[in-house]
Design a protein around this ligand. Structure first.
Ligand code: BES
Ligand code: ZN
Ligand code: ZN
Length: 478
């Protein structure tokens, strides 16, 4: 599918998203009414060479969903050249909303289908009635196309089967993204983890035939040619859980519970998407991404419940459940980040960490936890702008007791499941240095990262959760 900005064009079909028929002439109103079309949400009606799509509000998310529904309909039709007016009557859409609706809404994962779906549609966005300049709109289009391709790349990665996407595949993908985007990329294998006492991360991947990989990408804002070098606005560190498969380890998941656990690499995969768009958004921050790519498997060499692991920062962990592996990987990745990156301003981690998060907040919302209310407010703003849903879960003085161990410093899994999204975050908190406590937020993306059904402009399977949210956060004014 190709999206172009035009001021005039030949087309097969015109796509009209509308709330009511107010602006139409009497005779047209009659035709629309006769067809049964009432401009209700999600209603689609093809009349001649016009496709009408109903909408309740002209808000960003509604626009994206309307265009997603329209393109899904048109994909199945013979129409090849589709025209959309950016501005109609008193209404001007945000170009980004149209582009996201179309590109995120038309995504299909067909890597394993013998019959591939081709999408040769051409979209002409008519900007002749827009109040904005052509140049500005072209810049906005390029940026949106880039962001959508990063989100769809993350979806492809997460949807790929664990036999085809394992820690070394993640490392190769990181190298490729680094090369294309002029990023620095360092990869460390199990030998490095062992020698340097990243014992928690190392233990999780030990039974897998795929070697664990700690991946470190770095982006530095470049100075536009001819300008004086500007110092970065600050340093942001992103850490991601990259379990390319989580069978639970010896605390084996049920057959049903294991299905879709290729999604457990969603946190690290999201970071690849974010890093892939930093140049496109002209990011003024220096950004580091640390990915813990590991496979949690069973075998004679597997780590076990009752094992005691000493993480990089010296904290000892009593393993009570090998299925609570993500926090072990993140613990050492957080230690790596804080030891190797100087002058951190902000540190975020992303993980499909707990099933409880889906129970608590539902399937569509990421949980955000941390000690800094101001930072959370900024995330709330980025959430509103990007359309990615977040909910905040609170710490309190009593919950930390739940991760205490009788024989080590902490347990990796509490005896009660009560509040287990929060206790998982409190576990991670043990690996955040004192001086960084207020700089840290934890994102549990277990809900929205992967669903076995489509919703809004998200497809069946992986969604690319956190990419648009964090790119929005990185572009905030204050
Ligand atoms: N990867 C899972 C969490 C998960 C569940 C992600 C469902 C996406 C969908 C994680 O490693 C896990 O197994 N967590 C356990 C922790 C428990 C053993 C303390 C859980 O949530 O049940
Ligand atoms: Zn697990
Ligand atoms: Zn997991």
């Amino acid at each position: 599918m190709k999206i172009e900005l035009v001021e005039d064009c030949k087309y097969d079909i015109e796509l009209i998203v509308l709330k009511n028929f107010k602006s139409f002439q009497k005779s047209e109103k009659k035709i629309l009414k006769k067809s049964g079309f009432e401009a209700k949400e999600n209603q689609i009606e093809l009349i001649g060479s016009r496709l009408f799509v109903g909408i309740e509000k002209f808000k960003n998310e509604d626009i994206k969903i309307a265009f997603a529904n329209a393109i899904k309909f048109l994909k199945k039709s013979k129409f090849e050249k589709i025209k959309i007016d950016l501005a109609r009557e008193n209404q001007e859409y945000k170009l980004e909303d149209i582009v996201q609706g179309l590109l995120l809404g038309s995504y299909e994962f067909d890597k394993y289908k013998s019959k591939k779906s081709e999408n040769k549609k051409r979209i002409f966005i008519d900007i002749s009635k827009s109040a904005k300049s052509k140049e500005n709109l072209q810049v906005a289009l390029e940026k949106s196309l880039n962001i959508c391709s990063s989100v769809n790349m993350v979806r492809d990665i997460v949807n790929t089967a664990p036999e085809d996407f394992y820690p070394k595949t993640m490392a190769s993908k990181a190298k490729e993204i680094a090369k294309n985007n002029n990023l620095e990329c360092k990869i460390y294998g199990e030998e490095y983890l062992k020698i340097n006492n990243y014992n928690a991360m190392y233990a999780v991947g030990r039974a897998s035939r795929h070697e664990s990989q700690l991946i470190h990408l770095n982006y530095k804002p470049s100075n536009p040619a001819g300008t004086r070098r500007k110092n970065p606005k600050g340093k942001i560190v992103l850490v991601g859980k990259g379990l390319t498969y989580d069978c639970g380890g010896l605390s084996l998941k049920s057959g049903e519970g294991m299905v879709s656990m290729k999604c457990d690499k969603s946190g690290a995969s999201a970071l690849l998407g974010i890093m892939n768009s930093l140049n496109a958004i002209n990011c003024e921050y220096e950004v580091d991404a640390i990915l813990g790519a590991v496979e949690n498997m069973i075998g004679g060499d597997a780590y076990k419940p009752d094992d005691i692991l000493k993480a990089k920062n010296g904290v000892t962990i009593e393993v009570r459940n090998t299925d609570a592996e993500g926090r072990l990987v993140l613990a050492d990745c957080l230690c790596y980040a804080q030891e190797n990156i100087k002058d951190i301003d902000t540190i975020f981690d992303f993980a499909t960490l707990t099933g409880a998060c889906i129970i608590g907040l539902g399937e569509y919302t990421s949980a955000v936890l941390g000690h800094n209310e101001k930072l959370k407010k900024q995330i709330k703003q980025a959430s509103k702008k990007s359309g990615e849903l977040v909910g905040f879960l609170p710490f309190n003085r009593y919950l930390p007791n739940m991760i205490k161990s009788e024989i080590a410093d902490i347990v990796n899994s509490t005896s009660s499941k009560a509040g287990s999204t929060i206790t998982a975050a409190l576990f991670l908190d043990k690996f955040i240095k004192k001086e960084n406590k207020k700089k840290w937020l934890h994102f549990d993306i277990a809900g929205p990262a992967y669903r076995e059904k489509s919703w809004g402009y998200n497809p069946y399977g992986a969604t690319g959760a956190a990419v648009r949210l964090i790119l929005e956060f990185l572009q905030r004014e204050k």
